[in-house]
Design a protein around this ligand. Structure first.
Ligand code: UN1
Length: 496
């Protein structure tokens, strides 16, 4: 009998009020049931909101350095439980253990960064234009933050949102992806064990009903969402109407540019990791290779041979390099794109099918796939696939490569492989992305730098690093006039 998991609402682990559940399975072996998780409804969210209000009243008055102390303990507990969490994450999400360990580590890094921010959270004191008057700014908590997170980084992305939100003094209602509720549960357990007051965090499992209830509630002034551009647009419409603060991290169609002077072996290694790590299910996945004609054939021979050596399987097996996809619908989506690629005249050079063999029969596996001769403007060149599919586009110059890089709707990350330092610096200016890597693949963001993209990838906010603390706090400005007389700004300053 599968274990039944609960929500964490109003300081207690509770069953969903309507008694509905969904089954969570291991994507590498669907006969392995992780548990039954609440499929919550609006009344569950309403209860969470009522409790989070009380949590906010308490937590927003707790000094920031003390809030930071809780997050430091969170980092310590995550460190102690790293291996256990990584195993649970691979079991429910599929990516290999090295990657889930990295995912937990990203959470640990985010916790320690947040802990130290409790002793900064700088405001500014600036000169006033008037005598005997001080002018300063400070950061204030906002209220309840509703966090809606995806399946592909089950620990890292929730921590990118929750830790800065908490450090800034907000209460959090967390809705993890219904594909990875177990990892979300482990995160909440750790927050509580670290001493976070119980009604400061609420965990409400479920699908779009829960997300929608958070987005449409007057009582939740802050929403942070990572997921598809389509869902992000719908959330944006509502938040725009309601004047909510909203951070969106959405799609990508990230390219690696390989120039004719590049170290090709280095670029092959980078491409395998960028395109097929996490089975291509990353916003930062390398889904386009833009390659100089002169090195195309040589590079493709190396790349295809290396791709065919990749070991597919259960992410917990030590030799596995590529795990399963998250579920059947994700695999079918990839299959549709393979058909579209063939129909639009691209050339399939490897993959393009499910792996054969009994050991793949019970999981959502798909063979790493490469299309060459992908035409700029075709769907494989433009659309996010979110799976192990690489589209190769040939160019004759750096300028053409930069143009192809920029002609997609998204703008998350890009990579340039070259030995030419001038080209490297030109690319940092030219490529329309939030993140550009030189001689490294399109993934590899570190927790203490801002993360996010331009164009349809985001709405101007960044996660991670120092910038996210501005998102989760309100700027308050205070003037103190200790002159004892009325001093009028702009008037008495210059008319005296
Ligand atoms: C994502 O692609 O969904 O960039 C997030 C990276 C990670 C985060 C990726 N640290 O490598």
């Amino acid at each position: 009998m599968a274990k039944t998991f609960k929500n964490f609402i109003a300081g207690q682990w509770v069953a969903p009020q309507a008694g509905q559940y969904t089954i969570n399975r291991n994507p590498a072996d669907t006969s392995d049931v992780i548990g039954r998780f609440p499929d919550s409804r609006v009344p569950d969210v309403a209860q969470a909101i009522r409790s989070a209000r009380e949590g906010f009243a308490l937590w927003s008055r707790t000094p920031a350095p003390l809030r930071g102390d809780v997050l430091r303990r969170v980092g310590d507990l995550m460190t102690a439980r790293k291996e256990e969490i990584a195993n649970a994450m691979t079991r429910e999400m599929g990516k290999v253990l090295a990657e889930t360990r990295g995912d937990v580590q990203e959470g640990i890094d985010t916790a320690y960064y947040a802990a130290t921010e409790g002793r900064r959270l700088f405001g500014k004191t600036v000169p006033s234009e008037l005598r005997r008057k001080w002018a300063m700014s400070m950061r204030r908590p906002i209220g309840i933050a509703g966090l809606i997170t995806p399946f592909n980084f089950p620990m890292a992305i929730p921590t990118w949102k929750a830790f800065p939100a908490l450090l800034c003094g907000n209460a959090v209602i967390f809705k993890p992806s219904h594909d990875v509720p177990h990892t979300g549960t482990l995160l909440v357990e750790i927050l509580l064990e670290a001493g976070l007051p119980p009604n400061v965090i609420q965990l409400v499992h479920g699908g779009h009903i829960v997300g929608n209830a958070l987005v449409t509630s007057e009582a939740v002034p802050v929403i942070s969402f990572t997921g598809s551009t389509e869902t992000g647009s719908r959330i944006g419409e509502v938040c725009g109407r309601m004047h909510k603060r909203l951070s969106l991290e959405m799609g990508g169609k990230n390219a690696m540019i390989v120039m004719d002077d590049a170290d090709l072996d280095l670029a092959v290694d980078g491409l395998l990791w960028g395109a097929f790590g996490t089975t291509g299910q990353r916003c930062t996945a390398t889904s386009r290779l833009i390659i100089h004609r002169k090195v195309h054939d040589r590079f493709m021979a190396k790349l295809v041979a290396a791709t065919e050596q990749l070991v597919l399987g259960d992410g917990r097996a030590p030799r596995t390099q590529v795990g399963p996809m998250i579920h059947e619908a994700a695999r079918e989506n990839v299959e549709r794109y393979v058909e579209i690629g063939l129909a639009q005249g691209a050339e399939l050079v490897t993959g393009g099918h499910r792996p054969k063999g009994a050991r793949f029969a019970k999981g959502w596996f798909y063979q790493p796939t490469i299309f060459t001769n992908v035409k700029p403007g075709s769907r494989l060149a433009l659309e996010e696939i979110f799976g192990p599919v690489l589209s190769v586009i040939q160019v004759s110059s750096y300028d053409q490569a930069a143009k192809v890089n920029n002609e997609v709707a998204y703008g998350l990350s890009s990579a340039l492989y070259t030995q030419d330092v001038n080209l490297a610096f030109r690319a940092m200016e030219d490529l329309q992305n939030g993140i550009t890597y030189i001689n490294a693949p399109t993934i590899g963001a570190e927790a203490h730098l801002p993360f996010g993209g331009v164009k349809q990838t985001g709405n101007g906010h960044r996660e991670g690093g120092w910038e996210v603390y501005d998102f989760y706090s309100e700027t308050k400005v205070c003037y103190v006039d200790f002159s004892g007389s009325l001093q009028r700004a702009q008037i008495d300053t210059y008319d005296a």
